[in-house]
Design a protein around this ligand. Structure first.
Ligand SMILES: Cc1cc2nc3c(=O)[nH]c(=O)nc-3n(C[C@H](O)[C@H](O)[C@H](O)COP(=O)(O)O)c2cc1C
Length: 139
């Protein structure tokens, strides 16, 4: 079965607390480990941007579950492709906290400094997550 990368954007259903964000990472780390899914999650400015990597069936199944989660709305798949290898293989679900996302970094990948993943191209959204993860921004 092919290895897949899926990147999607969504919006918070309501403002989240630090505890809410940590709860998602905690359950994700436990579940994703079981299914050999890796990736990163960025939560900032009322938006989520998440990358999932793994087997096609596993990623599809997880995305269907995530898309139904009432904690966010308007999930939109930005990228879905077969890949040669994982880029986030160190993290079952790494988190890129808002505080680590500078206006300059957002501007590098978007037309404005305000983080809004819906306005990013698929490749920009993916490269944004990739660069942030390589800056040791992932907890
Ligand atoms: C933005 C967001 C990202 C999520 N990412 C994952 C994830 O990577 N893996 C995961 O297992 N659950 C993730 N979840 C949580 C799932 O939607 C679900 O609540 C969780 O997997 C527990 O499902 P279960 O009760 O069927 O085990 C995410 C939720 C949100 C809101």
């Amino acid at each position: 079965m092919p290895l897949i990368r899926l990147v999607y954007a969504s919006q918070f259903a309501s403002p989240i607390s630090e505890q809410d964000a940590q709860d998602i990472i905690e359950i994700s780390t436990v579940n994703n480990r079981k299914h050999d899914i890796t990736g990163v999650l960025c939560d900032s400015n009322f938006y989520y941007l998440q990358c999932l990597e793994g087997g096609r069936d596993e990623v599809n199944h997880l995305y269907q579950k995530i898309a139904m989660d009432k904690r966010h709305v308007r999930p939109v798949i930005l990228m879905y492709q077969e890949i040669l290898h994982r880029e986030f293989d160190d993290w079952y679900m790494g988190r890129i906290p808002a505080i680590n996302i500078s206006g300059a970094m957002v501007l590098k990948y978007s037309r404005e400094r305000e983080f809004n993943p819906y306005t990013m191209t698929p490749e920009s959204a993916y490269q944004f997550l990739f660069e942030l993860s390589r800056l040791n921004a992932v907890l």
